[in-house]
Each structure stands twice: as C-alpha cells, then as structure tokens.
Design a protein around this ligand. Structure first.
Ligand SMILES: [Fe+2]
Ligand SMILES: [Fe+2]
Length: 268
C-alpha cells in the first residue's frame, strides 16, 4: 500500500514497504518536490504502478509535473516512468548517459525528453537550483542524487536505506539501535563493495556530505530524517566496511523457510 506524508512544506513522500522474508521491511520512497517547475524524484516500483499513480495524484496534478529526476534505473525507481511520460508531454527526465543506455535495453527513453546531468552539475527548476551528486553508497553506477539549494534537502537515492521491523514516518522515531542495525544490514546487502573500500577515502566521502549540512536527509529506503540526524546516519555507514558481509539464504535455507510457512507435508 502506498501512502503519502510531508517531509517538508514543499516535499511530499510517496512511500510503501516491501517485505523481505526473514529480514524485515524495506521502505520504498519517491518524492514530489513542489518547485515552481515541480520535480518527481523517482517513480515507484513496477509492481505498484497503478497505486503509485493514484498516490501521486493525491499530492499533485501529474500534468503539473515538469521533471522526473531518475536517481537510477532499478525496478523500484522506474515503475511509472513511461506511463508518466506518455500522459504528460511536457515532462522531461533528468538522468545520465548511462541511465539512457540501460533504459535502452528495455524501454528506451525519448532522447528529446532527456536532460543529462552529471554529479557536480546543477540545473534550475524555476525557483531553485538542484545540484547533482554521487552519494557515498549506491547499488548502480547510474546513481545520481541531488541537493536542493532552497529547501536544503538531500535526496540520496539508495544511500542511508535500512531494513526495519516497522516503518515510521520519521527516522527519528526509530531507536538509535534499530536505525543503526537496519542501516548497516541494508548497506551490506545493497553496497557489498563497501567491504573492499579504503576506509580513509570512504571517510572523506562521508565528510563531503557532512560539509553539505542538509536540513533534511531523504533516502529511497529510509523514513525522512532531519539534518540533525546526519551525523548518526554517517556513523552507521562508516561502520559498514567492518560489518559481516551479507550472504543470502541458499536453496536449503529457502526450503526450510518454505516448510516452516506451509507446515509438514503429507509424508510427515
Ligand atoms: Fe537501487
Ligand atoms: Fe532502490
């Protein structure tokens, strides 16, 4: 089920929670930034597209949108992308060269409706300037987050995600322990390469976000967090290289899980 809430007066969150059996819930967020040229950051999951379109219409007339900022092309971010483009001829997609390339393997983007923006570059969307950035953790080389100079909000794509038992609307409503554990576990799943990084260089990357000093930290996979929580969020990420690597259930574990869900078979 997709619900909406306000993370800031000019930012709506469209959120659902996806169960990961045996591990918890992963929030899946998209955002409407109510700039004078309104921006939709990501477009939900493929499986929930109908519901996404309904939720979106509850916070903005989709025909008023001017931009889709596509952080990356994973299936939890592109769900309603083509539908929105088909319904609103003025809508353009902000992505990267690689984003266009990967979309071309399944559902090509119309090139006259694409705007390529690389980390470090800015675009103006009416009343505000958005700066593209590469978050310190990501699962797809296309990943491009953004910083909104007017609201001070950081949109960090999959960075700072957390697997949780319950998903509140504010990251601050999670205990420090649950937030830390959920974040570290997610990062070992989503960015397994963090185990191989130079920790000093990684710390410098994290300092880059600290220097940005955002008022709000928005992740595709975490409830909205206040800027005052950034230190905690960064500390969790900094501990990931030393955390146990994630190994998914193998076939034997899957069969055990299934038998627990279905009970003993007829031979038992
Ligand atoms: Fe992703
Ligand atoms: Fe994601």
């Amino acid at each position: 089920m997709i619900t909406t809430y306000k993370a800031a007066p000019d930012i709506d969150v469209l959120t659902s929670s996806f169960p990961v059996p045996g591990f918890g819930l992963i929030p899946i967020n998209a955002f409407v930034l109510h700039a004078t040229e309104p921006v939709l950051v990501d477009t939900g999951t493929v499986v929930e597209s109908d519901e996404f379109m309904r939720a979106l219409a509850s916070v903005i007339d989709p025909s008023d949108l001017r931009w889709i900022w596509l952080t990356h092309t994973d299936f939890d971010h592109i769900g309603s992308l083509h539908r929105l483009l088909a319904e609103n001829p003025r809508l353009r997609v902000i992505t990267t060269f690689l984003g266009v390339g990967i979309m071309g393997l399944s559902a090509p983007l119309p090139m006259d409706r694409v705007l390529l923006v690389n980390p470090g570059q800015t675009i103006t969307v009416g009343d505000r300037t958005l700066t593209a950035l590469k978050p310190p953790a990501f699962d797809n080389p296309i990943t491009t987050g953004l910083y909104d100079g007017r609201s001070g909000a950081l949109f960090s794509a999959d960075c700072f995600g957390a697997l949780l038992a319950d998903v509140p609307q504010r990251a601050e409503d999670l205990s420090a322990d649950k937030l830390h554990q959920g974040q570290v576990f997610w990062a070992t799943v989503d960015s397994p390469w963090l185990h191989k990084v130079d920790r000093g260089l990684f710390a410098q990357e994290l300092d880059g976000l600290r220097a940005l000093d955002p008022t709000l930290v928005l992740s595709s996979h975490l409830p909205a967090a206040q800027g005052s929580s950034l230190g905690r969020l960064l500390a969790s990420l900094e501990s990931v290289p030393a955390a146990p690597p994630f190994v998914g259930p193998d076939q034997a574990a899957l069969e055990q899980m299934l038998s627990q869900m279905t009970g003993p078979g007829p031979d038992a």
